[in-house]
Design a protein around this ligand. Structure first.
Ligand SMILES: [Zn+2]
Length: 152
């Protein structure tokens, strides 16, 4: 295992954890937006193990409704990395945000395709997505936080 820059890793971990709750909120807002577009009201509940939302009505476009949460949160996490080149100069932001963004896109896929089991076994799916984000974090950290060789 290559030597990693400890400061970058620490900042990455802080960014990662600091963004979990805001991004779950954005995720629930994504579902809620579709709910709202169909003319219903909704409630969002946030907790440490993720968010939850209830749409008070029968959603017609349920595929869009299921996918919208993860897609919106994934996009929100990745947009700053794509849009601002300066941000990419800070590896900690990439290492902290990218796993969350990709995790939400994976979430969107799972939530849309495996909707039944996603609702029933939300703990197991949560663990799978957490593990996915963790592995990406480790991969990015290994790639971008190598200890720089000092040539001076
Ligand atoms: Zn969702």
């Amino acid at each position: 295992m290559p030597k990693m820059n400890r400061k970058i890793i620490c900042v990455s971990i802080v960014i990662f954890f600091a963004c979990i709750i805001p991004l779950s909120y954005v995720h629930e807002l994504g579902h809620s937006y579709i709910c709202m577009m169909e003319g219903y009201t909704f409630d969002i509940e946030l907790s440490l193990d993720g968010g939850r939302m209830v749409c008070h009505g029968e959603i017609e476009n349920d595929i869009l409704f299921r996918a919208a949460g993860g897609v919106l949160a994934g996009t929100a996490a990745i947009i700053p990395l794509v849009a601002f080149r300066q941000i990419r100069k800070y590896p900690a932001v990439v290492i902290g945000l990218l796993p969350l963004g990709l995790g939400h896109f994976l979430n969107a896929g799972i939530e849309t395709i495996f909707y039944q089991t996603y609702m029933q076994d939300s703990v197991i799916w949560g663990m799978i997505m957490g593990l996915f984000a963790f592995l990406i974090f480790i991969g990015l950290a290994t790639k971008y936080a190598k200890k720089e060789v000092n040539l001076h």
